[in-house]
Design a binder for this molecule. Structure first.
Ligand code: 2HA
Ligand code: ZN
Length: 270
């Protein structure tokens, strides 16, 4: 067996959580990541028949039975992951009954998956239907994106069009747009369902006054989507209170998307 602490899985998530912490997106225990792992790759590092303990979950994830996820722990700090991956991270398999997780590695000292795991699993289900190559769900608290939800309409289309107009690259990076879920109690199945309903059509969902979810095939894709939204929101927050003299007209956004073969959400630029 190879040493899992030296695997790309653990080294990449350590680099990512440290980077996100340094960007100020994950204060205290803020933020969480889950990664749908490749079973064959994981079998080089772990005996997948050895279940350490079972962890109940409060909804039916039978659709994901047998799937294995790396996930950050509830109450754990992103800044501490690199120094102690085995306490701050866990690798869990959805049991065949769909209402339990089988712990295969990590979560030492009795730790549990993120409180947002229902949302993560529902997002994984929704994105896998849209893209079989989907692997990552990433949540964090970037300040400008959150700030924007206090001063801008939180209609999906209006919020997205403003972001598209903030930086030329935006429509190329996320032509599928951003969904916005109005404020709800987090950690619940209800917010998970509301998020999954939006994320089935786009890879990004903002939680008003809370944070953002990015998804993708790789950690870099999910991170890059969030990074681009946050930069656009930062520009919005720098200019929203000023006298706007120039903008990128919607017609030009259409031309831009066409040039880069990006397909914006149907009807959103009309
Ligand atoms: O993991 O970010 O939304 C802590 C949170 C909850
Ligand atoms: Zn959060």
């Amino acid at each position: 067996m190879k040493n899992i602490l030296e695997s790309p899985i653990i080294t990449e998530i350590c680099d990512m959580t440290a980077n996100m912490y340094r960007l100020g997106w994950d204060e205290r225990n803020g933020g969480n990541i889950s990664w749908l792992l490749d079973e064959q790759e994981l079998a080089e590092y772990l005996d997948l028949s050895q279940v350490i303990r079972n962890i109940p979950i409060a909804f039916d994830a039978a659709e994901l039975a047998g799937r294995i996820f790396l996930v950050t722990g509830t109450g754990k700090y992103f800044k501490n992951v690199t120094g102690n991956p085995q306490e701050n991270l866990g690798i869990v398999r959805v049991a065949s009954n769909g209402t339990e997780l089988e712990l295969l590695w990590g979560f030492e000292g009795g730790a549990l998956p993120t409180s947002e795991f229902p949302t993560h699993l529902m997002n994984h289900m929704a994105r896998l239907k849209a893209d079989p190559e989907h692997r990552i769900v990433m949540h964090c608290h970037p300040a400008n994106t959150i700030a924007m939800t206090f001063v801008h309409s939180i209609d999906d289309r209006e919020f997205t069009c403003t972001l598209w107009q903030m930086i030329t690259e935006c429509i190329v990076v996320f032509p599928d747009g951003v969904g916005v879920v109005p404020w709800m109690v987090s950690g619940t199945n209800d917010i998970g369902e509301a998020t999954a309903r939006k994320i089935k059509d786009c890879r990004l969902v903002v939680w008003a006054h809370h944070g953002i979810f990015g998804t993708g095939r790789t950690l870099d894709e999910a991170f890059g989507l969030i990074e681009t939204v946050e930069k656009a929101a930062q520009i919005y927050m720098k200019i929203a209170h000023l006298d706007i003299k120039n903008t990128i007209p919607k017609e030009q956004l259409k031309a831009l998307a066409e040039t880069f073969h990006a397909v914006p959400r149907e009807g959103w630029l009309d």
